[in-house]
Design a protein around this ligand. Sequence first.
Ligand code: SF4
Ligand code: SF3
Length: 524
Amino acid sequence: MFCFQCEQTAHGTGCTEIGACGKSVGTSDAQDRITYELMKLAVAVQDKRVDDDLPVLFMEALFTTVTNVSFDEAGCLALADDIAARRLAITGGADTPLEAIPSPADIFGQPGVEASCRTLLVLGLRGMAAYAHHASMLGRRDEAVDAWLISGMADASKHHEVADWLQLIQDFGMANFRCMEVLDEANTGTYGHPAPTNVTMEVAAGPFIVITGHDLHDMGMLLDQCEGTGVSVYTHGEMLPGHGYPELAKYTCLKGHFGTAWQNQQKEFAGVPGVFLYTTNCLMPPRDSYADNIYTTSVVAYPGLKHVDADADGHKDFSAAIAQAKALGGWSEPRMFTGMNGGSTLTTGFGHNTVLGAAETVINAVKAGDLKHIYLVGGCDGALHGRNYYTRFVEKTAPDTLVLTLACGKFRFNDMNLGTLGGLPRILDMGQCNDAYSAVKVASALADAFGVGVNDLPLTLILSWYEQKAVCVLLSLLSLGVKNIYLGPTLPAFVAPEVFDVLVSQFGLRPITNPENDLAVIGA
Ligand code: SF4
Ligand code: SF3
């Protein structure tokens, strides 16, 4: 086992005995085999017409290897075998040796610049696969994204000059931007444009299900089946933005939001008399006190947990989860919970449609000098102590600034009331990590309105990373030419010093220091 794909990797270098996430040696090795088999399959089908379901296999398999998704060694081995069988059927049984990867252990195990570039590309592809998967669940696919999932894996298995690696990574960033756009079209096309919404952290009396992850299609199906049953639904983690979508918010069984950031789940789910449904990352090894209340779906898997599969039409039957929620009964009295700073109301729904609708207010406020700076403080959360940087950063932003946010890192500060500016709340939640697409749309529109480039706007991005979706989002932002991004809480172990130097010299990427210092450097 050697895994260094996420920010909590052991000693900041790599997990070798067991994952800090709880992933076993066997599961980690099986996931390397999945990756290796995908590379072989990708090479085998290069320059061939592929069946329509082949990109879906790449989506599912790459998504399975994202951090906190699958802990199921047997399931991962079976998937690797399926991918191998698929390849052998195409080649008529002939092997497909890989140019640069002799064995699964060599994908991430090699040192040097080439290995670092390869890792960046493979991890980016894992993140993009998750987004492509969500969009495909809502019936949206894109030919270019589909093709990239396969050609990217083939390219990752070869030798390239450094300049070619950098070009590949740049091209990948643009492909992922398209993927986020497709997901945005899928989400807003199905459930409408998000609208500003206040969400309570109170849990009403009676039975309930908590849905976590990112898959809005799963959320839609669950709400549809819970409506009228007396079972309430609460979002958790990256599902919070679901409240903003009109076609999800219309369900009266959708009551509020439960819990804070994903890394607190083992504490916050313990002894809760409700059901938990995991649709994507971030699953932590469950404690005994609530393991029996968990359902996983899609590619999420953990040995011993109940799993809901889709039928041939894509429909999922959540009746067992609903029945169990009723049997558990919930609490007999309403319970008020709070976020990490003591607030009990969260606000979401500031997607590109809403923020662009308020563009005139924002533009006039900038022109009048009432709005000095916009920060985008977004990305993943995690357990590392240094992540309170993001809470302190937001706390210290001046009253004449706005804070846009997205992804699960916002649970560090989204229960704070920082007041309003020009009628807008000072903290604007744009949605999930993939809604970085919204942030780019807003930034481009503002740049157009002021007749300047995005890097000339009074806008600074302060990102936090943990898993591979943050990697693909960062690569998209860099490909789009966004400069001077602050990145923390630590730098990825898989970025070699030579590669980091390129990111610093070409893109002005900066590691976070401390809020006071960084705010002073930004100068707002
Ligand atoms: Fe370690 Fe992260 Fe890999 Fe888990 S996903 S094994 S914590 S590097
Ligand atoms: Fe969070 Fe797991 Fe990355 Fe979608 S839910 S951002 S960490």
